[in-house]
Design a protein. Structure first.
Length: 75
């Protein structure tokens, strides 16, 4: 049996986040532990949820994904 992987979804589109929240639970080894719609919220949610996987929009509002990812990596 595979270990459950925790996921955070970071995307400005509510429609996309809601769709993923309906689709991902079908995969029994994935658990959504947080979601965010901008850069600062993404960093806060990731720090609190400590996910195994981060699904992030490459063009998240207020900041591009690359600086967010670099900041998270530094923390």
């Amino acid at each position: 049996m595979n270990a459950v992987k925790n996921i955070v979804i970071a995307d400005s589109s509510t429609l996309l986040r809601e769709g993923l929240k309906r689709l991902l639970p079908e995969m029994k080894d994935l658990l959504i532990t947080g979601e965010a719609d901008d850069d600062m919220e993404t960093m806060n949610v990731v720090e609190n949820a400590k996910p195994d996987i981060l699904l992030i929009d490459l063009h998240i509002p207020k900041l591009e994904a690359a600086p967010v990812l670099m900041a998270l990596r530094e923390r």
